[in-house]
Ligand binder design. Structure first.
Ligand SMILES: Nc1nc2c(ncn2[C@@H]2O[C@H](COP(=O)(O)OP(=O)(O)OP(=O)(O)O)[C@@H](O)[C@H]2O)c(=O)[nH]1
Ligand SMILES: [Mg+2]
Length: 667
């Protein structure tokens, strides 16, 4: 299963915020006897006091080369975890021993299960709580499609966990502060419980291994070696998830984890085969992350699957000029990178995350994780108008690094929307714009795309006439205006008899009418109405297209206020996903935001989750994610698509119209 030589293996550390991922990374480096480089060094990571972008680390452990990627934990930066996980030989999910927060690991398990990525669950902070491991695992199991298989039994003294028994080798270790644990005899008091948990483990493994199943049925005790082999195979096939215990801040459980990685994690060749990245070339690599670094420029972090990448290699006619070994904040020149290695390729502008490099040619691949749909937006503008161009260039760079960040130009509201995964994500983007590109932005709440329509029909007569200098302008029209059904948009028709309005001027009338629909009496675009040109007059010299256009515009301006204008608000079909213990609360949130529930069901493919579908006004989804997360320990999320417009009356409508009028009057 493992590669013949000790080619670099890649482990990704991911999991919910604050679980202790960076602490675990530091403990792993230290235990491996390597020097810890500066981590989380960006000014943003400092201000937000969390990991905000992946840390790339390399170290050797007992002759094996490791590349470890420590991911941010905030759900708002989850895209980065998903991007780099595609390239991982193994993922270590770090979680707190808190059953109430178990849902936070759901999205990780789901992604790993969907892509068959081997993963281990490391339950950290065992020093803090006195969790009942079995109940904790039960809560976590409800979010995983794969069986979570406890590999260690905790040793307790009073209510403290002071060590662990490895259930495969049946050896016991006592934790020592900041040092490797000490091998001890399995305490007499723990023997019975240990045997019981071990049986549970063996039963779980046997579900995927016939030979083991037979042995168990025959009441034979399989040797440890055989169990290790089964464990290794089942882990690399991602049919079960081993669970380890520890406390990173105290160095507990760290050696066990390192040993597991060393003996059981698959190598690059197996991972390439799993991800379908191994065919059709002598040298194959894929880009797993893009970083735009001040001074250094664009760095494409690449994992080599096969063959080698060398400084000076030609890529799509260009040349690799600068290959970097990434180790925290340290970057060293690298002459060559072989199978399994991670290398930063400098200034190759044509490369994007997800691209495949095959024998020097770039293949636009789909090896990138799909972009997470946006759940939050801010309207942004450069503080300084002259920074507009700089702002778009800088935004393009941020989006290159992070597919879950997008921009949208809203023409009806004239706003530039920055869309992403939450307030922290967008404020982080704003901080990067300032710190790295020297562009300061102002942000405001996005304005929903209101519209208006009419509820009554009217006929109107408009005449446009002007006599100035040479020949004048003349147009005379009669129009009939009537409401249409919701969603029917705009229709224009004519019923002219005897050429009272000559054919060639009729399109001009339509243009004028449409112009007037840009902003109706309430100040918003007018939709769902039909206008018929029924009659008119023209003048053989003074009539022209312009005068009919102006008459059309005038007719609508005068007539629409008589047609009982009414405000329309956009309504989105919204699907809210939440762990099912929160489904009732989600219903409450929908109701409090004027939403209408259409139904709810189990979320397809997501154990432990429900999906609630509702029609929600756009105003009700602007900050929906904030409330959803606060009621669900951060786990709930949603997706919304525009569905239709609906009429809005009363105080809410009045307030919106007043605000709009003030804005139009002011601008
Ligand atoms: N008591 C205890 N504290 C821990 C342990 N591991 C980490 N911590 C503390 O938990 C806090 C968060 O740890 P980090 O390692 O930064 O957590 P993280 O998962 O990297 O956080 P993000 O990257 O922001 O998601 C720090 O104050 C750590 O010192 C542990 O095993 N026991
Ligand atoms: Mg961290």
């Amino acid at each position: 299963m493992k590669d013949a030589v000790n080619s670099t293996r890649c482990a990704v550390i991911a999991g919910p915020q604050g679980a202790g991922k960076t602490a675990l990374l530091k403990a792993l480096i230290e235990r491996a006897g390597a020097k810890t480089p500066a981590l989380d060094v960006s000014p943003e990571a400092n201000v937000f006091a969390m990991t905000t972008e992946p840390n790339f680390i390399r170290f050797n452990y007992l002759g094996d080369a490791w590349a470890v990627i420590d991911c941010p934990g905030s759900i708002e930066f989850m895209q980065a975890s998903f991007d780099v996980m595609r390239a991982a030989d193994i993922v270590v999910i770090v979680a707190e021993p808190n059953a109430d927060r178990a849902a936070g690991i759901g999205p990780y398990f789901k992604y790993l299960d969907d892509h068959n990525i081997p993963h281990v669950l490391f339950i950290n902070r065992m020093d803090e709580a006195q969790p009942r491991v079995r109940e904790l695992l039960q809560a976590m199991q409800s979010f995983s499609n794969r069986p979570l298989v406890l590999r260690q039994a905790p040793i307790r003294e009073g209510s403290n966990i002071v060590g662990a028994i490895d259930l495969v080798s049946e050896r016991a270790w006592k934790y020592r502060e900041g040092e490797p644990s000490k091998l001890i005899e399995v305490p007499e008091a723990d023997k019975e419980r240990e045997t019981e948990i071990r049986e549970t483990m063996l039963d779980a493994l046997a579900d995927f291994d016939d030979a083991l199943m037979e042995q168990i049925l025959e009441d034979k005790t399989p040797p440890s070696d055989a169990i290790f082999d089964v464990m290794t195979r089942e882990l690399s096939e991602d049919v079960m998830v081993p669970v380890m215990l520890g406390a990173a801040a105290h160095g507990n459980g760290v050696t066990r984890l390192l040993k597991l990685l060393r003996h059981e994690a698959p190598g690059a060749a197996a991972t390439a085969a799993r991800a379908g990245l191994d065919g059709g070339g002598a040298a194959i690599a894929s880009v797993i992350r893009t970083m735009n670094v001040p001074h250094a420029g664009k760095i494409s972090v690449t994992r080599v699957w096969k063959g080698a990448l060398k400084d000076g290699d030609s890529i799509n006619g260009g040349r690799v000029s600068g290959m970097l070994a990434l180790n925290g904040a340290e970057r060293e020149k690298l002459a060559a990178a072989g199978a399994g290695d991670l290398a930063g390729l400098a200034r190759l502008d044509a490369l994007d995350t997800g691209d495949l490099l095959i024998d020097g040619a770039i293949h636009k691949g789909d090896a990138r994780a799909p972009a997470l749909p946006p759940v939050y937006a801010l309207a942004i503008r450069a503080k300084n108008d002259k920074d507009d161009v700089k702002l778009s260039t800088a935004l393009a760079k941020l989006m290159e690094e992070d597919a879950s960040l997008t921009i949208e130009r809203r023409h009806d509201t004239n706003q530039l929307l920055l869309r992403g995964q939450g307030d922290i994500h967008l404020r982080h983007a704003a901080a990067k714009l300032k710190n790295r590109y020297n562009v300061e932005i102002e942000t405001s709440a996005p304005t929903p795309s209101y519209a208006e329509t009419i509820r009554a029909s009217a006929s109107h007569h408009a005449r446009y006439k002007k006599q100035s200098g040479g020949h004048g302008q003349f147009a005379d029209i009669k129009v009939k205006i009537k409401p249409l059904a919701r969603g029917d948009g705009f229709a224009f028709d004519e019923a002219i008899h005897g050429g009272s309005v000559p054919k060639q001027f009729i399109p001009a009338v339509e243009t004028g009418v449409k112009d007037a629909l840009g902003a109706g009496p309430l100040g918003f675009p007018v939709v769902d109405l039909a206008v018929t040109l029924v009659d008119g007059q023209h003048h053989s010299v003074d009539s022209n297209e312009l005068s009919f256009k102006l008459a059309g515009r005038q007719a609508m301006r005068d007539a629409l206020p008589e047609c009982e204008p009414v405000l329309l608000e956009p309504v989105f079909e919204t699907v809210i996903h939440a762990p099912n213990e929160y489904t009732n609360k989600v219903h409450g949130v929908i109701a409090s935001r004027r939403g209408q529930i259409l139904g709810f069901d189990a979320r397809k493919g997501w154990p432990g989750w429900d999906s609630v579908t509702a029609m929600m006004p756009e105003a009700g989804i602007a900050d929906l994610i904030i409330e959803l997360r606060s009621l669900s320990q951060g786990a709930a999320t949603f997706k919304a698509n525009f569905d239709h417009y609906q009429e809005l009356f009363g105080r809410d409508a009045e307030r919106i119209v007043e605000t709009r009028k003030a804005a139009l009057g002011g601008g």
